[in-house]
Design a binder for this molecule. Structure first.
Ligand code: HAM
Length: 419
């Protein structure tokens, strides 16, 4: 039997109701904050991700699903959405009329990481991105929107960790200090970190290897190197968050696995995720739009790991798995023929109706209605057809009421409304 690809997964119908509810909660909240949906393709030219995320990052170096298509063009299944949204902003000149844009986008991403709990090779993200606003108040509001969503979804122990990564004016001094600090510790660093020293020194700060952690214990911290503008910006983000009542951890060692970030960066960690505790991550990326050939435009955004979110929400999948309002049990050929229209009318009237058109006995139809946890069963046999009224059975109270077939859907709706 052909199985699914390692690190990929199916979202089965029992869970899908919860996924829909999470998605709708996010869409409603983001819409209320002025965000509009943008949908971007699953595949892009490899160069877009290499230039945005950065050549020296784990994602670009080791994790992308890249292949040459039949004409030899290098294409990549998107490992994230930010680069694509930025490309769309530039390509469609979305800045022309109004450079200020707020987008959200939801969908699958692909990274060839080692699969484990909370880490998949196809996973889903809920992204929010803001263009054209450099105010630190926007960063604060964005983090507030994110933590509000997690609270609405009953995510336990969610806590935002924030840091500032500075800007092209102040980061070089920090990198220099970091290189000077690690020059002496080089022989204690893992092989990856020794390579990172020359390619991507910021990543030295979040290596998980214990000897590297030890070696980096007294390393310089980014916030101590910020220029005046970056320091003021960071302070204002913190004040804004305080004003909004968002409790954050200032994490001087927080760096991110993507190169485009400037200034504010953040991650939200939550309980119940084990080693992969980041349920969301994001930050400012004021340089990306111009790097990709667009006009200089400040930007800030985040992505939530949808799979992780569903895994840790205290809401249960069973509560969001919709039960049928009505199970139609039609007995005999003539009744089934009549049930075709009657059941379709019920569905059209917005009543969740289940019918299987089978010639099973009443007993086995009732069994199926029970298994599906139908709220009502509509019984339709020859005698009901003759009398012109079907029997509606409330599966909770066991009460049975005849419902005239004339103007049927409206009558049933009324009864369901009263139940
Ligand atoms: P990221 O930190 O790479 O950021 O991913 C964001 C979130 O996606 C993570 O916190 C995690 O919850 C989830 N995630 C990442 N990889 C996996 C995986 N293999 N399996 C399951 N979940 C995963 C970004 O992608 C940036 N584009 C975020 C951003 C938007 N920054 C600015 N705008």
């Amino acid at each position: 039997m052909i199985q699914l690809i390692r690190g990929f997964k199916d979202i089965l119908p029992d869970e899908a109701g919860l996924w829909q509810m999470v998605e709708q909660t996010a869409i409603r909240l983001f819409t209320d904050f002025g965000f509009k949906e943008i949908r971007v393709p699953l595949m892009e030219h490899t160069e877009l991700f290499a230039r945005s995320i950065g050549e020296g990052t784990d994602i670009v170096e080791k994790e992308m699903y890249t292949f040459a298509d039949r004409k030899g063009e290098l294409l990549t299944l998107r490992p994230e959405a930010t680069a694509s949204v930025a490309r769309a902003y530039i390509q469609h000149k979305l800045y022309a009329v109004d450079p200020i844009r707020k987008f959200f986008t939801i969908g699958p991403m692909f990274r060839r990481e080692r699969p484990q709990k909370g880490r998949y090779r196809q996973f889903y993200q809920i992204n929010a991105e803001v263009y054209g606003i450099d105010s630190p108040l926007m960063d604060a509001q964005l983090i507030f929107m994110l933590t509000t969503l997690l609270a609405r979804l009953s995510v336990p122990e969610a806590r935002a960790h924030i840091n500032s990564l500075g800007c092209p004016a102040c980061r070089p001094q920090f990198k220099e200090a970091l290189l000077a600090f690690t020059a002496e510790a080089e022989d204690r660093l893992c092989e990856d970190c020794r390579r990172r020293r020359t390619q991507n020194p910021l990543r030295l700060l979040d290596c998980k290897v214990p000897t590297c952690r030890e070696a980096m214990a007294g390393a310089p911290a980014l916030p101590d190197f910020l220029c005046d503008d970056c320091r003021d910006h960071f302070e204002a983000v913190k004040t804004g968050l305080r004003d909004l009542g968002v409790d954050v951890v200032i994490d001087k060692r927080l760096v991110r696995g993507l190169d485009y970030y400037t200034r504010t960066t953040f991650e939200v960690h939550a309980g119940g995720l084990g080693a992969q505790s980041a349920v969301a991550g994001g930050g400012r990326y004021d340089g990306l739009i111009s790097t990709l050939g667009g006009p200089a435009t400040p930007a800030v955004g985040f992505a939530i790991g949808f799979d992780r979110l569903v895994e840790i929400t205290a809401l249960s999948a069973a509560d969001h798995d919709k039960r049928p309002d009505i199970f139609v049990a039609a007995l005999g050929e003539a009744s089934r023929a009549a049930a075709l229209k009657l059941s379709s009318d019920l569905s059209m009237a917005g009543i969740l109706t289940e019918i299987d058109f089978s010639s099973k006995s009443l007993k086995s139809l009732m069994k199926r209605a029970d298994r599906l946890q139908a709220k009502f069963v509509l019984m339709l046999g020859e005698s009901e057809l003759e009398s012109g009224a079907a029997m509606l059975r409330n599966m909770g109270t066991k009460e049975q009421i005849p419902v005239p077939l004339e103007n049927f859907a409206a009558r049933v709706k009324e009864i369901l409304g009263e139940a």
